[in-house]
Design a binder for this molecule. Structure first.
Ligand SMILES: NC(=O)c1ccc[n+]([C@@H]2O[C@H](COP(=O)([O-])OP(=O)(O)OC[C@H]3O[C@@H](n4cnc5c(N)ncnc54)[C@H](OP(=O)(O)O)[C@@H]3O)[C@@H](O)[C@H]2O)c1
Length: 299
């Protein structure tokens, strides 16, 4: 049985991952921010100031880095955007500098990134070989991934997991969409032609565990289902899954008015990402297709 340390452990993905690992008998050490550790299995840290209880990382087998302020938590302005960046860059730096100095280093670090790395790319099929896009989210992801450098320079296998939109009723985009869709107020966003690369929470947890266990994986790895869909297809499928009409479109100008810059970056950008490396490594998706994925999520 292994010991796995998780940053961002209280989040949607962290909670599901910890539960899955513990159910299989692994030991989980959770990073906690802004308070002291109350048990040996908690690791206190303050990512912004570089404080970290590094001795509790000695001898752990794997580390999963999921820390980061919610990107859709507040309307973007210069301050919020800086917080979104620093909550990822500072925490990854603090973590990786500490990992590099350990006497008994973990064999692997799985560090979150996002398909936002690729930016707004129309219908272009994007694999891990594709270059970064332009704009705030791609630049954030590039900086975030770059902070893993001390860990891989110290000989730790590093997987930068470029995660797509995570589907779960526990949180994130799907949970936010459920109320309007259930009320029959769901509809296509903008042109509806923009691609959305998604993965169920169940498959993401399995992909993280696969990345921990599979020594052939390193560097960027896309964590998305093999079947990205356009927003129009997603809207139709969610409406059908909930048995509700989806006839009320949200024009791009209205979204921009309501959400500002976030509308373009998060709702109107088109990112069609393929899980090339996971597929090559033999990862089996439990929910490769949207209809069955939504049915599983909505239970
Ligand atoms: N959900 C998605 O659709 C999606 C898509 C692409 C990428 N990702 C990435 O995957 C990771 C996990 O996602 P998630 O959905 O589980 O996110 P989440 O529910 O928002 O959880 C992220 C966790 O990060 C920690 N955190 C919050 N603010 C922080 C700050 N200022 N500094 C350091 N840590 C902070 C918190 O954990 P503690 O309080 O325990 O420290 C929080 O629970 C995130 O990095 C996210 O960007 C998610």
């Amino acid at each position: 049985m292994s010991t796995i340390a998780i940053t961002g452990a209280s989040g949607m993905v962290g909670q599901a991952l910890a539960k899955s690992l513990e159910a299989d008998g692994h030991a989980v050490r959770r990073f906690v921010r802004g308070k002291s550790a109350t048990t040996a299995s908690e690791i206190a840290w303050d990512p912004a100031s570089g404080l970290i209880e590094a001795d509790k990382l000695e001898g752990v087998d794997a580390v999963v880095n999921l820390a980061g302020e919610n990107i859709a938590g507040a309307r973007w302005n210069a301050k919020v955007k800086e917080r979104i960046v620093s909550s990822r860059v500072d925490s990854t730096r603090t973590l990786c500098q500490a990992l590099a100095k350990l006497e008994r280093k973990p064999s692997v670090l799985v560090s979150a990134s996002a398909t936002g790395f690729y930016g707004d790319r129309g219908a272009e099929r994007l694999s891990e070989e594709s270059p970064a896009g332009v704009g705030y989210l791609p630049e954030t992801c590039v900086r975030w991934e770059a902070e893993t450098r001390p860990a891989w320079e110290a000989g730790i296998r590093v997987v930068q997991l470029r995660i797509g939109v995570v589907l779960s009723t526990a949180g994130g985009a799907l949970a936010k969409m459920l109320t309007p869709f259930k009320l029959g107020a769901g509809g296509v966003l903008g042109s509806g032609e923009q691609y959305m690369s998604w993965i169920t929470l169940t498959d993401l947890v399995a992909a993280i565990r696969f990345a921990i266990d599979n020594p052939t994986l390193h560097g960027a790895v896309n964590a998305v289902s093999p079947q990205p869909v356009t927003n129009a297809e997603f809207t139709k499928s969610l409406g059908a899954a909930l048995n509700r009409p989806t006839i009320l479109p949200a024009p791009a100008f209205a979204l921009r008015l309501a959400m500002g810059e976030m509308a373009d970056a998060l709702l109107l950008a088109s990112t069609r990402v393929e899980p090339a490396r996971l597929s090559q490594a033999g990862f089996n998706f439990q929910h490769p297709e949207l209809k069955t994925a939504l049915a599983a999520c909505l239970g």
